[in-house]
Write a protein that binds this ligand. Structure first.
Ligand SMILES: Nc1nc2c(ncn2[C@@H]2O[C@H](COP(=O)(O)OP(=O)(O)OP(=O)(O)O)[C@@H](O)[C@H]2O)c(=O)[nH]1
Ligand SMILES: [Mg+2]
Length: 362
């Protein structure tokens, strides 16, 4: 079936929808299609994960500029190590610990890193400033990879894969979902968006703009009474019937301490699972990087209630607190899958621990 045929049939289904059911809004024509004949559906998602990761590696420049504030914050470490000598170890390590703390590595991790450096220095294993810097980078990488190594999207083997994006108000859910759609579309994936933020009237307009920008289709609630679980369930059913590869579900912002709203999120998850057994494949919690360590209680609560499979850390371009990436992985043992380093289409970076360490401690 050609893209234009799909386009027309979507228009028809949109017109025939009753007023209280979600409607499907067609977006720009000329949609690319990812054809995957020989490898089957498992191959499709595995290949997709790999492609996205490979692209991440070639995007190092934007990762570097996205983390420029954190890098500036940590640049003091280079100065310290340049003039380091054995007799100065305690002072230098104290200042290094301070630099990690102000970048939000958190007290536990900062102390752990510094104490391990101290014992290696005293044991004579680290003899120069540059050896200490390498050991520092290695221990940050080790922290990231021991607990949160599965950084690529786990999309199962059946289409459509369903990704739910959750989090507190204003963290960057809708923007991240739009940017994720852009990445997926660039790989030729057939994306359906679901406007599951039914609390604010303007929320679906915002998502519609992203659907247009990325050439994705979108299901939005029609009528004020439409509830989020119903919109999401309709979208997933539509995704299944009409051969979409991935359904991206936006949700309303909610405080992790608001019991009623967290209950609604459980209902959303259940509605998705009823429409597509095994879904949602990913529940991505969006955390605002500018809030630093305050994100930890949010992460714990969302994880306890809906089971978070990965984090998207946003607004790291505006924050000097990039160390919170390490804290959140260490505390929760859940991988960071993407980082937001700006507001543009290209500014959602698949998280690559090694590239990240080089970007903040270059
Ligand atoms: N600088 C920067 N701004 C971002 C990033 N991600 C999102 N934003 C901005 O943050 C603001 C809020 O983003 P939204 O995507 O609307 O956040 P949301 O979580 O969907 O908000 P609610 O739906 O109201 O809960 C917008 O102005 C975005 O442009 C990022 O990575 N960097
Ligand atoms: Mg939103």
């Amino acid at each position: 079936m050609s893209a234009s045929t799909i386009h027309v049939s979507l228009l028809r289904s949109s017109r025939s929808s009753p007023p209280t059911t979600p409607r499907l809004v067609p977006s720009g024509p000329g949609l690319a299609r990812f054809r995957c004949s020989a490898t089957g559906q498992t191959g499709f998602f595995t290949r997709l994960g790999r492609l996205i990761k490979e692209k991440a590696k070639s995007d190092v420049d934007s990762l570097f500029s996205g983390f420029s504030k954190t890098r500036e914050n940590l640049a003091v470490i280079d100065e310290l190590l340049l003039y380091w000598n054995l007799s100065d170890t305690d002072r230098v390590l104290d200042e290094l610990e301070e630099a990690l703390l102000v970048s939000d590595f958190g007290p536990k991790i900062s102390i752990k890193i510094v104490e391990s450096l101290r014992s290696d220095i005293l044991a004579g294993k680290l003899k120069t400033g540059s050896e200490i810097k390498d050991a520092l980078k290695k221990s940050v990488l080790q922290l990231l990879t021991s607990k949160g190594s599965k950084t690529d999207l786990q999309l199962g083997y059946r289409k459509p894969a369903v990704i739910m994006v959750v989090g507190v108000n204003g963290g960057g859910k809708t923007t991240s979902l739009g940017k994720l759609a852009y990445r997926l579309k660039n790989e030729g994936v057939k994306v359906l968006m679901a406007a599951g933020d039914t609390f604010r009237a303007a929320a679906s307009d915002q998502l519609e703009v992203w659907a247009e920008r990325t050439g994705s289709e979108i299901v939005i609630a029609e009528g004020e009474k439409a509830k989020a679980p119903s919109v999401l369930s309709q979208a997933v059913k539509r995704g299944k019937e009409q051969g979409y590869d991935i359904v991206l579900c936006d949700t309303s912002g909610r405080l992790h301490t608001n019991y009623g709203l967290m209950e609604e999120l459980i209902a959303c998850k259940k509605a998705i699972a009823r429409a597509m057994p095994g879904a949602p494949n990913e529940i991505l919690l969006v955390l605002d990087g500018t809030t630093g360590l305050n994100m930890l209680p949010q992460a714990r609560e969302f994880n306890e209630i809906v089971g978070v499979t990965g984090f998207i850390l946003t607004k790291l371009d505006g924050s000097a607190r990039g160390g919170c990436v390490v804290s959140v992985v260490d505390e929760l043992g859940i991988p960071v899958k993407f980082v937001g380093v700006g507001e543009g289409l290209d500014d959602l970076q698949p998280f690559d621990p090694e590239a990240f360490v080089n970007a903040i401690l270059s």
